[in-house]
Design a protein around this ligand. Structure first.
Ligand code: GLU
Ligand code: ZN
Length: 290
């Protein structure tokens, strides 16, 4: 029996919703709704230095204007610290983690892949990161859009950071713990997260928990290798004029909305898109130049 479908959109509030993040919201929404599932929104606000004031509220308002209504209360990662700490304590108890004091420069000097230097050194807690002992090293997985994905094997086997040296929870920890916490069954997101997915699949195994299914759509890029991101000042989608961006995002996802939808309302477009959603029509390239 298949689990009930629960999908999510998990933006970081480091800026406003741009075309790339609209595609992420829309793809995860449509795949959930087409499969009679729930669609949740989680604000990944675990990195205060990268946060932009007002971004969370702006993202949520834009989603509403685009007719992308979520099914349960928004979960804020900043409210989840106790759960992350519990998981860290459990890893420690099971001897599955250790303190690491290596710097980025040191790791770069040995080729960029962490080799477990601090594993047996019993480093002190202060000024240390916490790494997980990666016993599984998943480097291949089957993707709903990209089919068979193969990642860098050495990178996939790395002991990865779950608590940063600056005391902030690492993305890998928070995202897996929350996807488990929210009982997420399907993760539909961009190809910039393919390597992290391998790592997250390792983490699910370490935590002895069933992983969700993953589907990665192509990344929107300005030129090959340059993703549209809040960091390179990608423009916010127009929250007062959703229809053109919605139709562009559907085209980007290979859904071929009929021309007549240009005269339709937001909710009519979403009804059409939900009914006609076909994940097999999403291009299986890693990126698309806009
Ligand atoms: N918060 C991440 C981002 O905005 C996405 C995380 C995810 O979808 O797993 O890039
Ligand atoms: Zn180390």
């Amino acid at each position: 029996m298949s689990r009930t479908y629960r999908g999510r959109f998990a933006p970081s509030p480091s800026g406003f919703l741009h075309f790339g993040s609209l595609v992420a919201a829309l793809a995860s929404y449509l795949d959930a709704k087409h499969n009679n599932g729930q669609w949740l929104v989680r604000i990944e606000d675990i990195d205060p230095p990268r946060e932009k004031a007002g971004a969370s509220a702006e993202i949520l308002k834009t989603l509403e204007n685009y007719g992308l209504h979520w099914d349960e209360d928004v979960l804020y990662q900043s409210q989840q610290s106790n759960i992350y700490r519990e998981v860290l304590a459990e890893l420690k108890k099971q001897n599955l983690s250790y303190y690491c004091r290596c710097t980025r420069a040191q790791i770069k000097a040995i080729g960029g892949i962490y080799q477990g230097h601090c594993r047996d050194l019993a480093q002190p807690q202060t000024d240390s990161a916490i790494r997980v002992i990666n016993t599984t090293g998943v480097s291949q997985f089957n993707d709903l859009i990209q089919q068979q994905v193969t990642c860098n094997k050495e990178l996939a086997q790395e002991d990865f950071i779950v608590l940063r040296k600056d005391g902030l929870f690492a993305y890998q920890l928070a995202v897996v713990v929350d996807d488990i916490f929210q009982n997420i069954s399907h993760v539909i997101r961009g190809c910039d997260l393919l390597e992290p997915t391998a790592r997250q699949l390792s983490f699910y195994q370490i935590l002895q928990h069933t992983a969700p299914k993953f589907g990665h759509f192509p990344l929107a890029v300005t030129k090959p290798g340059f993703k549209l991101s809040k960091q390179n000042n990608a423009q916010a989608v127009d929250k007062h004029n959703p229809i053109p961006s919605l139709l562009s995002a559907l085209n980007f996802l290979g859904q071929q909305p009929p021309a007549a939808l240009q005269q339709a309302s937001v909710s009519e477009i979403l009804i059409w898109a939900t009914d006609n959603w076909s994940i097999t029509q999403v291009p299986n390239s890693k990126e698309i130049v806009l």
